[in-house]
Design a protein around this ligand. Structure first.
Ligand code: FAD
Length: 287
């Protein structure tokens, strides 16, 4: 590993200024779970590493209307948070499926979002939930809907010097159930071949679907919101209808062939994951 300068700023503005001034020579790390591997393998060879870990005010979860999550909040804290589990269960469930406890204690919510790895679990759940990403620089802060945040694999709309400082997640309406599922090869701790999140809202009077959203990971270069899920609106979400919607969602997907499998296999996995996630979300909404 090439030697580098290590800087641990105490404020977002300071971190942002260093990143903007040093340009490509600087490399930001959040939890370090991916970044340290990149440094070790020489995938990145920066002149200086900017460790966000010392920045105050970026840790914590507030469930007050919307769920407001600080960028440095560990994935493990999201998994265990009482407010998140009770009203944003889909997101806590996605967090609980990330790798293992050791990785979940290190990896941060902001790092998972900013990394832009197409099969990462939490961005899929955040896409289904219609979250927005808070990005800040020395110039100020802006909120970007997660559907507009990704440009491609490992590529986001973050400008030079901009840092993810948090994520805001709107509260799902009453009578909503959610579910997140991932499929791996080998150990369940491995990164997913694909994943899917679903959110179903039922009209308690009629039992019909009043809202349905689904999102898929590893279904394209970025997390993909499955438009097909809207096909459930106004209908009884029967297993047969859900199977049709899931098949249409898998057709929308544009997976890439990689070490985790060919396109045809990922599409088949996505169909099963979306179907099971919608079924599970429906059952949870009924309960
Ligand atoms: C063995 C292993 C298995 C894993 N399995 C899964 C899995 O099954 N599912 C899953 O979802 N994830 C999984 N992960 C986690 C995932 O791949 C990333 O490692 C993790 O999400 C990165 O979070 P971090 O905070 O550690 O980011 P870092 O490693 O610190 O950074 C990752 C990238 O994001 C940038 N970055 C970090 N924080 C910010 C910020 N606040 N603003 C702007 N840019 C930032 C860095 O510059 C870097 O480019 C796994 C990781 C490992 C090591």
């Amino acid at each position: 590993m090439r030697p580098f300068e290590y800087i641990r700023p105490g404020a977002v503005g300071e971190a942002s200024q260093i990143l903007a001034e040093r340009g490509d020579g600087a490399f930001l790390i959040g939890g370090g779970s991916a970044a340290v591997v990149m440094l070790r393998l020489g995938v990145v060879r920066p002149e200086c590493v900017v460790d966000l870990g010392g920045v105050a005010g970026l840790r914590g979860i507030e469930a007050n209307g919307a769920l407001r999550i600080g960028a440095l909040t560990p994935i493990r804290a999201l998994e265990l948070d009482g407010g998140a589990r009770s009203r944003w269960g889909l997101l806590a469930e996605a967090a609980s499926q990330v790798a293992n406890v050791r990785v979940r204690n290190a990896a941060t919510v902001g790092g998972a979002v900013a990394y832009g790895e197409p099969q990462t679990d939490t961005p899929t759940a955040l896409t289904a939930l219609g979250a927005s990403v808070r990005a800040a620089s020395a110039k100020g802060e802006r909120a970007v809907p997660i559907g507009e945040f990704y440009l491609g694999p490992y590529e986001t709309v973050l400008a030079p010097g901009e840092i993810v400082v948090g994520v805001d997640v709107p509260e799902p309406p009453p009578h909503t159930g959610g579910a997140h599922l991932k499929f791996t090869i080998g150990s369940p701790e491995n990164k997913p071949v694909a994943n899917a999140s679903a959110l179903v809202t039922l009209d308690p009077a009629s039992g019909k679907c009043a809202g349905a959203r689904a999102a898929m990971g590893a279904a394209g270069p970025t997390p993909v919101a499955a438009q097909a899920a809207e096909g459930l609106l106004g209908e009884f979400p029967s297993p047969e209808r859900i199977a049709e919607v899931a098949a249409a969602a898998a057709e929308e997907a544009d997976p890439m062939e990689d070490l985790r499998g060919p396109v045809w296999h990922k599409r088949r996995v996505l169909k099963v994951l979306v179907e099971r996630a919608l079924l599970c979300a429906t059952q949870r909404a009924q309960a």
